[in-house]
Each structure stands twice: as C-alpha cells, then as structure tokens.
Design a binder for this molecule. Sequence first.
Ligand SMILES: NC(=O)c1ccc[n+]([C@@H]2O[C@H](COP(=O)([O-])OP(=O)(O)OC[C@H]3O[C@@H](n4cnc5c(N)ncnc54)[C@H](O)[C@@H]3O)[C@@H](O)[C@H]2O)c1
Length: 278
Amino acid sequence: MDFTIDQLMDLKGKRVLIVGGGQGNGEATAHVLATFGANVAILDLELDRAQHVAKDLEARGVSSYAISCDVLVEDQLVKAIEKVDTEFGPLDSMVCIIGMAGWAQITDMTTEIWDLDHQRNLRYFFWAAREFAKRVIARNGKANICALASIDGIRGSAVHASYGAAKAGLIHLAKTMAIEWSGRGIRVNVVAPGSIITPRIPEGTQASEANMNAHVPMVRRGTTTEIAKAVCFFISDLSSFVTGQVLAVDGGYTANGWPGMMESMSRIKVGGTMGVDE
Ligand SMILES: NC(=O)c1ccc[n+]([C@@H]2O[C@H](COP(=O)([O-])OP(=O)(O)OC[C@H]3O[C@@H](n4cnc5c(N)ncnc54)[C@H](O)[C@@H]3O)[C@@H](O)[C@H]2O)c1
C-alpha cells in the first residue's frame, strides 16, 4: 500500500471555521490546519484578534476570513456562521474552541456562575453545530465538527462543578450529534485537553502547577500545538472512520488511576510482597 501525505491529510482547499480562533488553542489550530493546506476563517469576540490571525494565515499562502460575534447571543452566532458559509465559501469543517471555567465550591456556587458556564461551554456549541449541520445537510455536503471539552468533563473536579458539568454535557451532545448526523455525512468528535499553557493561563501562573504536574505521567503541561494536532486528526481523513469519540490530550493524566504511584514508584521493591513501600 502506498499513500501520499495529501491523500491522508486531505486539507488542501478545505474551508474550516474556528469559533474562538483569536488566540491560544484556536490560533494554534488555525496554523496547524493551514500547514496542511486548509483555508481558515476565524470567528472571535475580539475582531482585532481574529484579523491578526487571519493576516498571519494569509501570509502563509492560505485564504482566511475574520469575523466578530458574541457566541453567547444566538442571533449573532447564527448570522455569523451564515455569513462565513456564504462569503468565505461553503464550510467543510468547524472547530469550536470557546470555553471557560467559573471557580467555586458547589456550596458557594451562584446560579449566575452555573448559567454562564453552561452558556459559554455548552449552549453556544449546540447553536453553532446545529446551524452548521443544517447548512451542510441542505447541500448534501460532507463535513467534520470538532469541539474542545476538558478532562474536567470526563472526571470530577473540585471547584469546577459548573464547568465540568457543561463539558460533560458537550461530550454527550457531541456523541448524539455523531449518531444523528453519521448518515448525513457529518462526523463529530471532541478533544479533551488537560492543563495547557495558553496566553490566558501562561506557564508558572497556576498556584498548584508543580503539584498538578507531579500527577501527570508526562510531568508537564501541554502546548496549544499539541491540542491543535489532535484537532487536525479529527478534521482530516486520518480519522475517516471515527465519530462520537473523545480524545484526552493530557500527558496521561486521566489514564492514571493511582496518582500517588508516580511518587512511590522509585521506592517500590521489584517483586516484593504486594510491592509494599519500604
Ligand atoms: N488552557 C487549559 O489549560 C485548558 C484545559 C482544558 C480545557 N481547555 C479548553 O480550551 C478552550 C479554550 O482554549 P484557550 O484558553 O486557548 O481559549 P481562550 O479562553 O484564550 O479563548 C479563545 C478565544 O475565544 C474568544 N472568546 C471568548 N468568549 C467569546 C465569546 N463570547 N464570543 C466569541 N469569542 C469569544 C476569546 O476572545 C479568545 O480569543 C476552552 O474550551 C477550554 O475549556 C483549556
């Protein structure tokens, strides 16, 4: 069997919309997709951010498009997707990046925090994917959707109850979309990042960073490019038989059922009775 990279990645001339592509994971995803030849539209609340990324992409020789909208407002989001799909050209894929966490223990959590986390992590994704899918289905197209969840949507996470519940909801919704739309040519998958170094959460800014890294088998935070590469897998033909799946990009964090084991490993006697620590 002999394949070319083009046959496997197949993004040349494809149009991808990145919802929240103005910085961080979205910006990195735009650049990785452009590396494989995709034309990329950037939607962001901050028009100057979207325009800045679009300009960088154009300089790399792909087409780009920048648009501003607030994804918390249904009408704005629906109109923005319609505009990109018409003016930039029929979209082949959409990546939903936007999401943020309110921090509070459940006993302190207000309805405002709860609602905001559901709006900015789950509800906008429902609106965006519904609008995008309706347009793709109407033209009998073929498309991919990829959304960013979080490892907090896979396992419980103290002080992130509203965020985790919304991300778990996103994962569930993506699976249901994958089933409902599999016969309509649309695949839907999710990337669940662990702790990632971003402009919003740069290296060394989290109080518990060293402690947190100690529980990650790869003992570090991830990069936005590492998230982008996973998104690229779902958007490309490399994942042509994959839908409704969640890929944790977390340095092994969610695979590790016994975090304390990392620390004790060096002290465990090989072959010792029950491997008991000295
Ligand atoms: N950084 C991490 O450690 C980490 C960990 C797990 C999951 N995630 C997930 O990654 C995604 C975010 O990644 P990031 O930190 O690179 O993004 P970010 O928070 O920097 O935001 C990306 C872009 O979204 C835009 N945006 C925010 N609210 C908007 C709105 N209402 N309408 C339109 N645009 C809006 C911002 O202007 C920004 O340019 C989220 O889904 C987050 O839950 C991040």
